[in-house]
Ligand binder design. Sequence first.
Ligand code: NAD
Length: 494
Amino acid sequence: MAQATTTGLETREYQLFINGEWVAPRSGETRERRNPANLNDVVARFPWADEADTERAVQAARAAFDGGDWPRMPARERAHVLLKAAARLREEAPNLAVLLTREVGKPIREAFGEVLATADVLEYYGGMALDVKGEAISNFVPTAFGITIREPVGVAAIITPWNFPLLLASWKLAPALAIGCTTVSKPSDLTPCTTFELARILQEAGAPPGVVNVVTGDGPTVGGYLAASHSVDKIAFTGSTATGRKVMQAASGNLKKISLELGGKSPNIIFEDADLDEAVQGALFGIFLNQGEVCQAGSRLLVQASVHDQVVERLVAATRALKPGNPLDRNTTMGAIVSQAQLEKIQHYLEAGQKEGADLLVGGQRLTGGEYDQGYYVQPTIFDGVRNEMTIARDEIFGPVLAVIPFQDADDALRIANDTIYGLAAGVWTRNVDTMFAMFKGLKAGMVFGNCYHSAGLSQLPFGGYKQSGIGRELGTHGLDLFTEVKSLQLRLH
Ligand code: NAD
């Protein structure tokens, strides 16, 4: 493994992280990750594991769970590791943010925010480790006493996507470690670096060998192996709905516990009585954060017909003012697309929108010329006059493409909003509290934002989706439940 990050700009060399050691994959094979914003920049070389390498990591986690100290040590010792790692992440945030920007292509300011948010998650679950408790039942019958206790589920496999690689790893690792699980993480092969760094930091903070393992390689090979392994007790997956379905099938062999955070096509709904300046800003933030590569992106903008023209006019003006470009430049507001394949997928939808008759208001093209030719850049794009049955309103594009759909009244908005296979998030902009609550209740989504999008600052609220957006809720106490078994104890009294 490479030396500790010094500038964040060198080519990092990683090995598999198994049983507290950096080890070469059996094949000796490595892959390169290049910065999608500048393909001349080799961010890292990392190992390409096969099934046998993955099995090695699983067995290390198994041994650390079945016979190691981690699940058995006083909770405060596990808490201490998480709190120390959180502090370390904050110290290293400037360099980690550069590394994160280089592996994903996201603007440096957003990357910095992701590192700090990751530290918050470790700290939060560090605190929660101290407060894991069950119930006592003394008054059901006079002749018995009942107790419930909470135990770690065992070996947890953690499979993560490329869009928020550090933060999403922490949403799973932190609660898993807090309760005493041991783990094998498999980051996306597009963005392996920050997961390796997180493992290094956790080890330096005191996580014993075998508790945190990281394996990189082909998704179906390594991820599929983890999902199917009978030595794994729990799988926590974030990724596309299509892959989530495969993980669920593979996990059925030993009926391992599963939690799935999947795709979305979330509605962001602007009513005529909203503060339109705020709503427009929220709509832009909702779709263009992280180049639109966000599971809960507000990719369908539902606008009440009476204010449609003024909203659209402001949206277009604000979109033209965005600064796509080198994500390491602090003035950049939109970075690069993560890969050529993702860029091509977005381009496919840019064409589909026009073919299906949506009005292209702004954007619609790959960005070229100058620094844009060094990476994968696309214009922030808005389609108007979209009907909810069009492909660009139904499929998750996972790019900076907004579909504007007009609606007449609240019933109409709800009907359109809920007409999707997904149910991850939704936004509502109105000053009318009755309308707001009617939407809060009526929207079929795991997370609904009122007069904000993505977050109002309550970053530990449960996160997850209805319908095909997933199973289970991460973050908060719900996030801990995903890695917990509940045991009921009954004592007959004499
Ligand atoms: P993906 O489904 O292609 O890959 C996700 C992870 O699964 C990667 O690590 C990949 O290597 C691995 N994988 C691939 N095939 C596998 C298999 N057969 N078995 C096990 N693992 C396998 O997703 P992606 O392109 O990396 O990420 C984008 C997707 O993630 C989008 O659909 C997005 O909505 C979703 N996402 C959801 C959330 C959420 O919290 N709901 C958050 C971020 C991203």
